[in-house]
Design a binder for this molecule. Structure first.
Ligand code: SF4
Length: 495
């Protein structure tokens, strides 16, 4: 199913954005400190489990089995949610999902909704859609609130304000919440946010959440979080709307035991999240009176159709791949220009929106493989990156027109294809290379090339064209074996 409109906001030129981010030394300092801390915490709790690799394998296997039978599990989930008193809505794309949420909120006369941190609602730009309908959405996660007050976008899946330090947050709170005095002590900053949010929890009638897992067998939805704001949103308002991507489904209740071990350890480096909320439909006298589940496609079925790319849908959004990635650590999340930054964003975003919309993202990686090593559901991110790079190149080649004809990479590839297709041209190129490389060679390598090719040698050395080609070496082997005596016929035997 092709999404009619995918509302992920893109600034697709990663290399341009990265160059700007790299010049920001404060950002690099903040990012380096934060990612190193989370990495160390994760490593400590992962190493204390003897069966970590078996857990990863189990997570991968459950996700892959689920995707193979996704249609059946989705229908099973729908039946289970309805049986438990909930309402299920199907949204093909961002537009449909936003319309559903707006309609429900308006149906209850809501002028305001409170939100639990949710990447899925960020992906569909729900807050903007609500605003357009005259409804204010207030983020209740501390970091999301900081981002919202700053009018910025998140830069990390789990820690949206990772690029901000305490002093910057203090200044933001004083400016936007009208405070005359405030220290940059975390306790005091949290107290300010708590006081601001508490009256929202108690007065706003509609809450919107995402969902970490949706259990097909029972219709239960699970949200894991650290601050308790989610628990407040899930229990206090009259109406709860959960927008959940169709890939978040797991078949059985028992499967949760695998993911509830994998996720907290991989994300916050904890053995268990402080708050794990699980709800099934509605219950008399407990929690919301009305529950709506919005099941979102928005390009996911396109990802499912790609045999290599579909493993991306295994993702449980833990952010371990971001924290380990040397590229992400240096550029931060904004450089990716997408709700999903880091290695997972580099493979997910181009698949959701089409590679032509985000062709630079699969190149935002050194392919070192660290992301694959830490991924709790064993997504082979480097494999998908290379696959997406192939798609990006093919798209450029297939685009046609003058732009495609004059594209330097396309032109270089056409020239190389012509050269490799002709022995005469190939040997001529070898002779030319040998003759022209002289001053560029140092210790057997070409360390500098002119013009556009300098982009390659800026980071890598190219082996010099050898004095003797393989063919020349092969043809001269008999001479070498006989000490230059050929087949012995003309040389006259042994001395
Ligand atoms: S790709 Fe793997 S490591 Fe990265 S966020 Fe998803 S589950 Fe976590």
């Amino acid at each position: 199913m092709k999404p009619r409109s995918v509302l992920i906001e893109l600034q697709p030129k990663f290399e341009r954005n990265a160059a700007i981010a790299l010049a920001n030394t404060q950002l690099r300092r903040n990012m380096g400190k934060a990612t190193q801390t989370i990495r160390a915490k994760r490593a400590a709790v992962v190493h204390e489990l003897d069966d970590w690799e078996a857990l990863r394998e189990a997570g991968r296997a459950i996700k892959e089995r689920t995707l193979r039978h996704l249609d059946g599990y989705l229908l099973q989930l729908e039946t289970a949610v309805q049986r438990a008193g909930g309402h299920v809505h199907w949204a093909r794309d961002a537009e449909e999902a936003n319309q559903i949420v707006v309609r429900i909120a308006q149906g209850h006369g809501a002028r305001e909704v409170i939100k639990i941190k949710s990447l899925t609602t960020d992906e569909i730009k729900l807050n903007a859609a609500l605003k357009a309908a005259g409804i204010t959405a207030t983020e209740t996660d501390l970091a999301e609130l900081i981002i919202q007050l700053a009018g910025e976008h998140s830069s990390h899946i789990l820690v949206p304000a990772i690029h901000k330090n305490r002093a910057e947050i203090r200044e933001l709170f004083m400016r936007t919440l009208g405070l005359a005095e405030l220290s940059d002590e975390p306790k005091e900053l949290a107290a300010v946010a708590r006081a601001y949010l508490r009256q929202k929890f108690l007065s706003v009638p509609v809450a919107v959440s995402g969902g970490n897992f949706a259990v097909a067998e029972t219709g239960a939805i699970c949200v894991v979080e650290s601050e308790g704001n989610g628990r407040m949103c899930l229990t206090l308002p009259e109406v709860l709307i959960s927008v959940v991507g169709i890939e978040k489904i797991i078949p059985t209740w028992q499967d949760m035991e695998v993911f509830l071990q994998l996720l907290p350890r991989s994300s916050t480096g904890e053995r268990m999240n402080p708050y794990t909320s699980i709800w099934t439909g509605v219950a008399e006298g407990d929690g919301p009176r009305e529950f709506h589940l919005v099941l979102l496609d928005n390009g996911r079925t396109n990802v499912l159709a790609d045999e290599v790319g579909r493993q991306t849908l295994n993702c449980i959004r833990c952010s371990a791949c971001l924290n380990i990635c040397p590229v992400y650590e240096r550029t931060g999340g904004h450089a990716y220009g997408s709700v999903y930054p880091g290695p997972i964003g580099a493979i997910l975003t181009p698949q959701l929106v089409g590679v032509e919309q985000a062709a630079s993202l699969p190149y935002a990686s050194s392919l070192c493989g660290a992301c694959y090593d830490v991924c709790p559901v064993k997504i082979n991110i480097p494999e998908v990156l290379v696959h997406m790079r192939g798609k990006a190149v093919r798209h450029k080649q297939d685009a046609g027109g003058l732009k495609a004809l004059l594209d330097p990479e396309n032109a270089a590839m056409r020239a190389l294809a012509t050269m490799f297709g002709s022995r005469t041209l190939y040997e001529a190129a070898q002779r030319l290379g040998k003759a022209g490389q002289g001053p560029l060679v140092r210790d057997g390598y070409i360390t500098w090339l002119p013009g556009l090719l300098s982009g390659w040698t800026a980071m890598r050395d190219v082996p010099a064209v050898p004095d003797e080609t393989f063919r020349e070496w092969w043809e001269g082997r008999e001479d070498r074996e006989t000490g230059g005596q050929g087949d012995g016929g003309a040389g006259g035997g042994q001395p």
